[in-house]
Design a protein around this ligand. Structure first.
Ligand code: IPM
Ligand code: MG
Length: 369
């Protein structure tokens, strides 16, 4: 290629703005490793990344008196995407509900309109055999994508305290979904399925809940736009059972906020180790927040033994869904797979492997990139 064109390419090099919410516990140490890997990936694939940090969760409560300062929301909105470590810890456990670190997480989901939560449950080939499910059931293979509605339903519905008819203290929460809310999450699920095995399971409790009956009707309507995708419906209790009975029957699962919360924890355990699973929370358009699905693990923070791979894999999801760098995303996932053949943090250690620290794990992934 002529030097002139090389120069033209250079000045057009893509630059992305990422806000880092390192959070609490192991959050900062795992985000640092993910940044290391993202920088290496940027070098390799010819783009650049600019970082800004903001506070959310316990660290924000300590520094600013609230779990989600407005400044944090503003910084996130001004960026291309957000990388989150983890929030919470025993230090803040006794605060009232709306002052807890978790309130920051729910707040940011709402404030950024992150209605679609993608939670893949996959087993990396070197970790086959780590699932608590028998080999003949899991077959060493698992590739489920849970699409969880994230800004509606009972998490965001009206709630309160009241007095029951017999005079005793009582409390209530409400599950409500509008048709547009169901339509847009269903669309995400069908779009994802089109790029996968073209099967969607919609999970509800339509035998009991009116909101679930509307959910089911609406998902069926949306499915008409995706004739190639096979749609089936399961009640949530049955789905919980099927996930352990025959997890390989699933491709994409789409469900409400609360059912998705519960089923995604179950699906993560089936995959073997919670330290490996990434997630994306997407808004309309390309914007998203990416985070490992595990928590802040305050008991092991600062010891250099946490597993940064779920956060590193969250960066891969970010590259794929928000930054249009699909090849870079594949490269990170391949590098993680290669790394796992030799190197393990203590949580996934197996005999014959080399035990590495949090930061060595980041270094090894960079080497395989
Ligand atoms: C999750 C978590 C959160 C949720 C908590 C921490 C509020 O369990 O992301 O699944 O329930 O959504
Ligand atoms: Mg959860």
């Amino acid at each position: 290629m002529l030097p002139y064109f090389e120069y033209a390419d250079d000045i057009k090099m893509k630059n992305y703005k990422i806000t880092l919410l390192k959070g609490d516990g192991i959050g900062p140490e795992i985000v640092d490793e993910a940044v290391k890997v993202l920088n290496k990936t940027a070098d390799k694939f010819g783009f650049s990344v600019e970082y800004d940090e903001a506070l959310m969760g316990g660290c924000a409560i300590d520094a600013a008196g609230e779990p989600l300062p407005q400044e944090t929301i503003d910084k996130c909105k001004a960026s291309d995407s957000v990388l989150l470590g983890a929030v919470g810890g025993p230090k803040w456990d006794n605060l009232p509900g709306d002052k807890r670190p978790e309130a920051g997480l729910l707040g940011i989901r709402g404030a950024l309109g992150l209605f679609a939560n993608l939670r893949p449950s996959v087993i990396f080939e070197p970790l086959q055999g780590d699932s608590p499910i028998k080999d003949e059931i899991i077959g060493g293979q698992l590739d489920i994508l849970i699409v969880r509605e994230l800004t509606g339903g009972i998490y965001f519905g009206k709630r309160g305290r009241t007095t029951a008819e017999d005079g005793s203290p009582a409390a209530w929460d409400t599950e409500m979904y509008s048709v547009p809310e169901i339509e847009r999450i269903a669309r995400v699920a069908f779009e994802m399925a089109m790029k996968r095995d073209k099967r969607v399971t919609s999970v509800d409790k339509a035998n009991v809940l009116e909101s679930s009956r509307l959910w089911r009707e609406t998902v069926i309507k949306v499915s008409k736009d995706y004739p190639e995708v096979e749609l089936n419906h399961l009640y949530v209790d049955n789905c919980a059972m099927q996930l352990v009975r025959n997890p390989r029957q699933f491709d994409v699962i789409v469900t409400s906020n609360i059912f998705g919360d519960i089923l995604s924890d179950e699906a993560s355990m089936i995959a073997g180790s919670i330290g490996m699973l990434a997630s994306a929370s997407l808004a309309e358009g390309k914007f998203g927040l990416y985070e490992p699905i595990h928590g802040s693990a305050p008991d092991i923070a600062g010891q250099g033994i946490s597993n940064p791979l779920a956060t590193i894999l969250s960066v891969a999801m970010m590259l794929r869904y928000s930054l249009d760098q699909g090849e870079a995303a594949d490269a990170i996932e391949n590098a993680v797979n290669e790394t796992l053949k030799k190197y393990r943090t203590p949580d996934i250690y197996a005999e014959g492997m080399t035990k590495v620290s949090t930061s060595e794990m980041g270094d090894r992934v960079c080497e395989f990139l």
